[in-house]
Every structure is written in structure tokens, then in C-alpha cells.
Ligand binder design. Structure first.
Ligand SMILES: Nc1ncnc2c1ncn2[C@@H]1O[C@H](COP(=O)(O)OP(=O)(O)OP(=O)(O)O)[C@@H](O)[C@H]1O
Length: 334
């Protein structure tokens, strides 16, 4: 993995996204889901940040805010130092800065459009109108993702899942964005071609000096791709650090449980399951929101307020009151 440069290309400061939901509390006040609740993070140039956590923890809402597709309730998003939190009028600029590769290559491409039309649309929208330039850029991008330029005249149904994901990657990169959000980019693909797509994404990151935010519930994929990892639970980051620190010395009991749940092929696909359900986000537990599922929870964990995200080592932060009291972690025996 290459050493990323130090400058942050993206800074997220105290970001919150609260969605109003049906029903009112006794007394008439509205109810809100706190999908993202006070997230701070930085993405350095050339870095891949893995964003992990179970379904419903707020990963997609955070990603959509970064892409400008979801207005924040509170906080700031700075791309290359510019606050873009509420500049909806600058969507065009934002599309040049940040793009997304979607999880499902089957539903993310329009079945009625040729690949050329799919790749041409963002170029035209951003003022590239000369036919020869459009042709050159489409052909170049298709080659970069490992496809022949003549596939441009074909339709999505003519391609396999892996080829469609290559087309999805070409669409995300055609405007030469600086940041790419990868939303579970290989989880819908055959296991046999996942490694090819992961390697392609790593190669393109170097070629175009991209910075990635990689969303996944699958820590196995994140381990391969990420320089740093942020673990989310119920709208908040509960642990963050370099990938090696997170995978070899996780300190938050939730991170440990996620790592222990990585399916291990040597154990015939068996893995430890995290016990209990994610709490109802409309009625979150007091104190540490993980305490009802945490094997290390004590009374102190149940008491308000919510624990802070505290530095526990170089570049390593965790949101756990018992972080220095709980036993050291032994990696699962493979
Ligand atoms: N538009 C919305 N209106 C109301 N609640 C929403 C909305 N979008 C998301 N939520 C809620 O916000 C919380 C976070 O959802 P989000 O989709 O961001 O989680 P996620 O971690 O990306 O999950 P997944 O991995 O399943 O995509 C969930 O409780 C979800 O039900």
C-alpha cells in the first residue's frame, strides 16, 4: 500500500443528519432518526478510508452528504478547504470533486442506454461537447477499466456482473473526480471476480491519484484496501485508526466483534455472530449506545452522557469508557 500524502482532501466536522419520521412524542414534538450524529473525519489525498459497521449505522447517509445528495442538519463538509455543506447550487462542481461507485452493477446502469450514452451524459453536462473529445475520453476510460473501446455501442444486459462494475467505475471516473465513494463495490459480485475489481480499484487510485471512502459491512474487503478504518455504530464513529492497528489491536468491543465475525474460509465459512439487535435509532440506549450488546458493559457504560471519542494511541481513537480496563484482545485462531 502506498504512503498517502498528509493534506486532507476532505474534512467532515461534527456532521449530523436527522430525519423526521412519522408520529409525535407525547406533548407534540416531532420524532427524528439521528442517522448521523456528530461525525468528524478526515480523508487524506491518495488515501483509502474504510467506513464499516452493520446495516443502519449511517454509512450511506454520511456518504450521500459528502456527495452533496443529502443536506446535513448540522456540521460542515470541506473539500480542499472549501465548505460545501450547503452549496446545493454548486452541484456541478461537487460532481467534479466526488463520485460514487454503487454496490449493484445490475441495477445501477440504465438498461435502455448504450454504454456510450451512459458515459457521455456526465461529460456533456459538464461542458464537454466536441465529438472527438467525447469519443477519446470514453475510449480511454474504457481501456483504463480493462474493456475494449468498441463495447461502447453495447447495452448493459450484454455484460457480466464484473464487466458491468467496470462500466460503473468508468462512469464514476469519467469526470476525473478527486474523491470516490465506493459503496460495497464487490459485495454483489461473484467471489471469483472480486479480487480483480479490488485490484483494478487500487490500480486506478494510483493512476488518477484518487482518494477513496470505501463503505462495507465486510471487514475482509476493507482489510485489503484501506489505509485507515472508521467504525460506525448508531450514527457515530466508535473507533478509528490505521488499518493494521484496527485489525491487530482493536480496542472497542464493537470493532472486536466485527473482526471476529469475518467469515473464515479455513473454518468452512463459520464465523462468530454479533449477538443482539441494533437498538431502535428512535429510542437509543442511554450512555454508550453499544452497551446492551457489549460483553464488557458495566453500570458506568449505561449512565449518560454518551462517551467521547478519545485518543488512545497515535492516530487511534475509541469511544469507550472502559477502553483501558477491558482485557487485551486475542485475534481469532484461524
Ligand atoms: N430518508 C430517510 N428517512 C428516514 N430515515 C432514514 C432515511 N434514510 C436513512 N434513514 C435511517 O437512518 C439510519 C441510517 O441509515 P443508512 O442507510 O445511512 O445506514 P447504512 O449503515 O448505510 O445501512 P446499509 O448498510 O443497510 O445501507 C437507519 O436507521 C435508516 O433507517
Amino acid at each position: 500500500m502506498s504512503e498517502p500524502a498528509n493534506d486532507p482532501i476532505l474534512k467532515v466536522e461534527d456532521l449530523a443528519v436527522h430525519f423526521p419520521v412519522g408520529g409525535r412524542l407525547f406533548g407534540g414534538s416531532r420524532r427524528f432518526v439521528h442517522a448521523v450524529d456528530g461525525v468528524d473525519l478526515e480523508l487524506k489525498k491518495g488515501e483509502c478510508l474504510g467506513l464499516v459497521g452493520e446495516s443502519g449505522c449511517g454509512k450511506s447517509t454520511l456518504a450521500l452528504s459528502i456527495l452533496g445528495l443529502q443536506a446535513p442538519t448540522r456540521g460542515r463538509i470541506l473539500i480542499e478547504g472549501r465548505d460545501i455543506s450547503n452549496d446545493g447550487g454548486n452541484r456541478m462542481d461537487r460532481a467534479r470533486m466526488a463520485q460514487m461507485v454503487f454496490q449493484d452493477p445490475y441495477s445501477s446502469l440504465n438498461p435502455r442506454q448504450t454504454i456510450r450514452t451512459t458515459l457521455e451524459a456526465p461529460l456533456r453536462l459538464h461542458g464537454v461537447t466536441a465529438r472527438s473529445e467525447i469519443e477519446d475520453r470514453i475510449a480511454d476510460m474504457l481501456r483504463r477499466v480493462g474493456l475494449r473501446p468498441d463495447v461502447a455501442k453495447r447495452y448493459p444486459h450484454e455484460f457480466s456482473g464484473g464487466q458491468r462494475q467496470r462500466i460503473g467505475i468508468a462512469r464514476a471516473l469519467i469526470l476525473k473526480p478527486r474523491i470516490v465513494v465506493l459503496d460495497e463495490p464487490v459485495s454483489a459480485l461473484d467471489v471469483s471476480i472480486r479480487a480483480q475489481i479490488i485490484n483494478l480499484l487500487l490500480e486506478l487510485k494510483e493512476t488518477f491519484n484518487l482518494s477513496y471512502i470505501m463503505i462495507s459491512h465486510d471487514l475482509g474487503v476493507v482489510e485489503h484496501m484501506s489505509d485507515r478504518v472508521a467504525v460506525m455504530y448508531l450514527g457515530r464513529i466508535v473507533e478509528t485508526g490505521g488499518w493494521e492497528t484496527i485489525f491487530t489491536e482493536p480496542r472497542h468491543p464493537y470493532t472486536r466483534a466485527l473482526i471476529e465475525a469475518i467469515p473464515d474460509p479455513f473454518r468452512h465459512g463459520l464465523s462468530t455472530k454479533i449477538t443482539g439487535e441494533i437498538p431502535n435509532p428512535l429510542d437509543p440506549p442511554t450512555g454508550c449506545s453499544f452497551h446492551p450488546r457489549c460483553p464488557e458493559a458495566r453500570d458506568i457504560c449505561r449512565a449518560p452522557p454518551i462517551p467521547d471519542l478519545e485518543q488512545i494511541g497515535p492516530g487511534h481513537l475509541a469511544r469507550c469508557r472502559r477502553v483501558f480496563d477491558i482485557p487485551s484482545w486475542t485475534p481469532p485462531a484461524f
